[in-house]
Design a protein around this ligand. Structure first.
Ligand code: HEC
Ligand SMILES: [Cu+2]
Length: 352
C-alpha cells in the first residue's frame, strides 16, 4: 500500500528529531544551589518579617496621604465655623491690595499732575482736571465700567469734547498703559476708604519709609458706608458747568459810558490778578478764552465769604464775550473761573 504511487508518507517540515540521549551541556546551567526547591527556615522567617514590615509601610503611607488630603481640604476651603479663611479668598484679598498699591503709583505717575495727588482736582491746588476723589462721584458715576471706558476712549468720553486734554490711556487704543495698569488704576480709584495701604517702591516693590522713619501709607477713596443725601441730585454725566446756574441774563446790555475791564484766559490761567472798577454802576468784562479741551473757562464773581454774585456763561471753545455785570457794592471780591477754581484762575476785584 505504501508503495502505491500517490500515497507516499507525508513529509512535514521541520523534520521530527529523535530525542537526544545526551545530557544538556553542563556549562549552560546555574549551580545546583540556585535550583533549591525548598526555603531554608531562616529565609522563610525573613520573608514573613519583610512582608509584615511592607504592610506597615503601606499602611503608614496611606494614612499620611489620607491625613494630608483632609488637612489640605480644610486649608483650601477653610475650617468649619469660620475658624480660618479659605486660601483662595485670602489670595484674592492679597492680590486686591497689591493691585491697589500698584494703582496708586500709576496714578501718581500719570494722573496726579492734572487731577491732583489726592484726586481732588482744584480743591487741592493748581490742578485743571475735575475731581475724582469725591464721595458723590465715587458712589456711582465713577464705576469700574465708566472708568475703563474713560481710560480707553480718553476725555472725549466724558463730555463728548473731541479736543479734551484728558489723554487716551489704554494701549488697546494707542495709549501708554496696558490692561494691568488700567485694572490697577480702577482698583485704586475704587479702593476702600476704611483701609490703609502701603506706598511701595514701583520697581523694588518694597514699602517706602518716610522721613519720620515710618512706612508711608495712603487711604482708599471709596467710603463703603457713604449714602447720598436723598435730596441730592445725581452726578451729571458731564462735569462741566455743574456748579450752579446763576448765568448771565442774555438780554442785558451795557450802558454806552460803562467801564469795561479785560480778562484773558490762556493756558488755564488768567492774564490778570487784579481788577478794579467803580461802585454804583454796571460794568463789563471783555473776556477772551484761548484754551482748547480744558473744559472751558468763564468769570465768576464771589464775595469774600464765597457767595456767587455773578457767574458768566462758560466759553467751551476759544472765543470772546462781554459779560455785563450789575453794579456792585464797594468792597473786595474774588473773580474766578467756575470750571477751574485754582489759584492761577483766581484774582481780586476791587470795587471802589
Ligand atoms: C493732561 C491732564 C490730565 C491727565 C494727565 C489726566 N487727566 Fe483725567 N481728565 C482731565 C480732564 C481735563 C478731564 C475732563 C475731560 C473733559 O471734560 O473733556 C478728565 C476727566 C477724567 C475722568 C472723568 C471724570 C468725570 O467726572 O467723569 C476720569 C475718570 C479721569 N479723568 C481719570 C484719569 C486718570 C485715571 C488719569 C491717569 C491715568 C488721568 N485722568 C490723567 C485731565 C487729565
Ligand atoms: Cu477755567
Amino acid at each position: 500500500m505504501t508503495d502505491q504511487p500517490g500515497h507516499e508518507p507525508e513529509q512535514r517540515l521541520p523534520a521530527r528529531r529523535e530525542p537526544s540521549e545526551a545530557a544538556p551541556a553542563e556549562r549552560f546551567s546555574a549551580p545546583p544551589s540556585a535550583h533549591a526547591r525548598d526555603l531554608s527556615p531562616e529565609r522563610a522567617a525573613s520573608i514573613v518579617r519583610q512582608s509584615a514590615s511592607a504592610r506597615w509601610v503601606a499602611f503608614l503611607a496611606v494614612s499620611v496621604v489620607a491625613l494630608f488630603t483632609i488637612a489640605y481640604y480644610f486649608y483650601e476651603v477653610g475650617l468649619p465655623l469660620n475658624l480660618s479663611t479659605p486660601r483662595l479668598e485670602e489670595q484674592a484679598t492679597a492680590q486686591q491690595v497689591t493691585s491697589i498699591e500698584r494703582g496708586y503709583n500709576v496714578f501718581q505717575a500719570n494722573c496726579a499732575r492734572c487731577h491732583g495727588p489726592q484726586g481732588k482736582g482744584a480743591a487741592e491746588g493748581n490742578y485743571i482736571a475735575p475731581p475724582l476723589n469725591d464721595p458723590m462721584k465715587l458712589f456711582d458715576h465713577l464705576n469700574a465700567v465708566y472708568l475703563k471706558n474713560v481710560l480707553t476712549v480718553g476725555g472725549r468720553y466724558v463730555c463728548g469734547d473731541p479736543n479734551s486734554i484728558m489723554p487716551i490711556w489704554a494701549d488697546t487704543n494707542g495709549g501708554p498703559l496696558n490692561y494691568r495698569a488700567i485694572e490697577d488704576l480702577i482698583a485704586f480709584i475704587r479702593s476702600d476708604a476704611t483701609q490703609e495701604y502701603v506706598v511701595r517702591d514701583p520697581s523694588l516693590n518694597e514699602p517706602i519709609i518716610g522721613a519720620d522713619g515710618k512706612v508711608r501709607t495712603f487711604k482708599g477713596w471709596l467710603d463703603p458706608a457713604f449714602k447720598p443725601d436723598p435730596a441730592s441730585t445725581p452726578v451729571p454725566a458731564c462735569w462741566k458747568g455743574d456748579s450752579g446756574s446763576t448765568t448771565q441774563a442774555p438780554t442785558e446790555s451795557l450802558p454806552p459810558d460803562a467801564q469795561v475791564v479785560k480778562v484773558t484766559a490762556e493756558g488755564v490761567a488768567f492774564d490778570v490778578k487784579e481788577l478794579s472798577v467803580d461802585s454804583g454802576k454796571a460794568f463789563g468784562i471783555d473776556f477772551t478764552q484761548k484754551d482748547v479741551g480744558v473744559g472751558g473757562h468763564n468769570v465768576e464773581i464771589r464775595t469774600a465769604d464765597g457767595t456767587s454774585v455773578f457767574k458768566g456763561a462758560i466759553l467751551n471753545d476759544p472765543g470772546e464775550t462781554t459779560y455785563v455785570l450789575p453794579s456792585l457794592d464797594p468792597g473786595t471780591y474774588t473773580f474766578i473761573c467756575s470750571v477751574h477754581p485754582i489759584p492761577a484762575m483766581t484774582g481780586t476785584l476791587t470795587v471802589k
